[in-house]
Design a protein around this ligand. Structure first.
Ligand SMILES: Cc1ncc(COP(=O)(O)O)c(C=O)c1O
Length: 382
């Protein structure tokens, strides 16, 4: 009978030293580190008087969303309809869908979801007049108006209206539709989040905030309701609390961190305020080569878009990893002893979000003990 990794590992919950007996490759959460990240971001937002609506694209987990809300988040941001469905089903309030719902099937799912949730607990962004008209038509099936934010492209233009004039035009269209309720503006600049040089990141984020403040002021002069101004990722979370341009932060990766973001947030000589709490544990499955050992984690286990995993535990941290196919990695010790056959080696992931989506479950550890296994609830949910 085929067995899931989580079924195999479940008997280890609570067993002293169980972390080192896991069947691999296993996605790990260091629970105390994650709890500190959640608390730190919540305390930071509270101290700056800004709301937090963390993006669940990072973790896709109802349990983690619950912990973020319990720490003070006003809701969550989702990018796929599937993530939003999972969060509403899990009882998470304040769900904002940060990408437009355009096709008939997505609009139908959105309407069903909005009907199921309390009024205001499902919001969606728009960036096109045709989409506004289609949403308004579909929202006639709802017993309450559909909550809508206008998406601004923020110079990044992955989604979003490209100019202030287009944003205002869309906002006026939404406001004129009785079945829609205009709630505000989204401005997410994904291109700024990973700028490594802090001065450069600071200047770019300041420029965007000035533009956003101008758009919001113009909208308010026209009597358009922009109560919510949402944006910012982990890379600009501290910058985007300035000047009250935004009313809320959508940061996601801070909860786990990864190799890339640790490098970004540690730039400018300050340590990253968030700790790495997500790891992948692998086992050494072959030791016959002279210059490396082979571990059981490859491209089906780590995302490949942001460099290579970094050794965290179980081998010299100076050892280098190289992808060695779908299921394997090449671990090249620089000095000292080589990990033995069957030894566990844990890695910091290159990029947390897409790595999580490669796994079914989180193995939640405290020190050497496995304390829980949580599903990656919205894994693969489109
Ligand atoms: C629209 C939107 N908001 C927020 C985030 C979260 O950003 P980060 O993971 O950098 O904190 C993302 C990430 O891609 C995003 O696409």
């Amino acid at each position: 009978m085929p067995q899931d990794l989580q079924q195999v590992n479940a008997p280890l919950i609570g067993v002293p030293g169980g972390r080192h007996l896991l069947d691999t490759p296993a996605l790990l959460i260091d629970l105390p580190a994650m709890a500190r990240n959640i608390e730190r971001m919540a305390a930071f937002a509270k101290a700056r008087g800004i709301n937090l609506r963390p993006h669940v694209k990072t973790h896709k987990s109802v349990e983690i969303a619950r912990r973020q809300v319990a720490a003070g988040a006003i809701g969550v941001s989702c990018v796929t309809m599937g993530e939003a469905e999972v969060m509403v089903q899990g009882g998470i309030p304040g769900v904002l869908i940060t990408s437009p719902a355009v096709t008939p099937s997505k609009i139908a799912r959105l309407i069903k979801l909005a009907q199921r949730a309390r009024p205001g607990d499902v919001m969606v962004v728009v960036d096109n007049p045709q989409n506004v008209a289609e949403l308004a038509r579909a929202a006639s099936q709802l017993t309450h108006p559909l909550d809508v934010l206008v998406d601004y492209g923020a110079g990044y233009n992955r989604t979003g209206a490209a100019t202030q004039a287009k944003v205002l035009e869309l906002a006026a269209l939404v406001a004129a539709e009785p079945r829609l309720r205009l709630r505000g503006l989204q401005s997410y600049a994904g291109n700024l989040q990973h700028i490594v040089a802090r001065d450069e990141r600071r200047a770019a984020a300041a420029g965007l905030r000035e533009t956003v403040a101008g758009i919001v002021a113009a909208a308010r002069r026209q009597g358009l309701n922009f109560d919510i101004v949402t944006g910012a990722g982990t890379g600009t979370h501290d910058l985007d609390t300035q000047e009250n341009a935004f009313t809320e932060l959508q940061a996601g990766s801070y909860v786990f961190m990864d190799a890339e973001y640790t490098n970004v947030l540690a730039s400018g000589g300050q340590p990253s305020p968030f700790e790495v709490s997500l790891f992948v544990q692998t086992a050494v499955v072959s030791t016959n080569a002279a210059d490396w050992v082979t571990v059981d984690g490859g491209t089906k286990c780590f995302s490949t878009d942001s460099g290579v995993p970094l050794v965290a535990k179980g081998a010299d941290t100076a050892s280098r990893y190289a992808f060695f196919g779908d299921e394997h990695g090449k671990l090249m010790p620089v000095q000292g002893s080589r990990p033995a056959l069957g030894a566990r080696v844990e890695f910091v992931t290159p990029h947390c979000d897409p790595t999580v989506n490669l796994h079914d479950a989180y193995h939640v550890v405290e020190g050497g003990t496995l304390v829980a296994i949580w599903p990656v609830d919205a894994r693969g949910k489109r």
